[in-house]
Design a protein around this ligand. Structure first.
Ligand code: CA
Length: 214
């Protein structure tokens, strides 16, 4: 299990982060101070760091965490450009401001891990093996030919495994800025994906959209 460390003194935020990332299968440990954070880096794949910690400025921890080969995602209420630039200049991989959206946090955490770990370039959900770099999909070891959109849609669902995504959200994720099409397009593509993959793992969520069960 991929372990993520949250260095955050506000227990409600630490809990929200743990809950958000826990639902998609990450193991989350929490450290309420800079000192405890630095003492808890063993086996950690990613550190989520608050800037306002009681015993030291969070920014000062970035080089020490990076020195352990662990990427840092800053999660801070400070939303000025200077803070963001300062955080990224200090070596953080990404910067999210509070209050945060769970879906965005998950997506950004996964994006960082993908960049940092070869293993994360492969996703295996519900027996569907997705090679993200190679854009190859296999079920039971057999390659499945998908169109570009079908692949992007499957990847969006897989990266949000267990989460109900609205048709609009799926359009934004898989079609991006080209999305001038109707939400019904999503239904058509989901239907094709189900047929090609021979899976019932893509569930319809009534009144919302779809969810990939892992
Ligand atoms: Ca704080």
């Amino acid at each position: 299990m991929t372990k993520i460390l949250v260095i955050e003194d506000d227990p409600s935020i630490a809990e929200l982060v743990a809950l958000s990332l826990g639902t998609v299968g990450f193991e989350v440990a929490a450290a309420p101070t800079a000192a405890l954070g630095l003492a808890s880096l063993e086996g950690v794949a990613l550190a989520i760091l608050d800037l306002g910690l009681p015993d030291a400025p969070g920014l000062r921890l970035v080089p020490a965490i990076r020195a352990e080969g662990i990427p840092v995602l800053i999660l801070s209420a400070r939303d000025s450009l200077m803070d963001k630039v300062g955080g990224l200049d200090a070596g953080a991989e990404d910067y999210i401001t509070k209050p945060f959206e769970a879906l965005e946090l998950i997506a950004r955490v996964r994006a960082i891990l993908r960049r940092h770990s070869r293993d994360e370039r492969r996703l295996c959900v519900a027996g569907i093996d997705i090679d993200i770099e190679g854009r190859i999909v296999r079920v039971g070891g057999i390659g499945i030919d998908l169109t570009r959109r079908e692949f992007d849609l499957l990847l969006s669902l897989a990266e949000h495994k267990g989460i109900a995504l609205s048709r609009d959200r799926l359009l934004a994720l898989a079609w991006g800025y080209e999305a001038s099409c109707e939400t019904r397009t999503v239904d058509v593509h989901v239907q094709r994906l189900r047929e090609k993959l021979g899976t019932e793992a893509i569930r319809t969520v009534p009144g919302i959209g779809y969810r990939l069960e892992g």
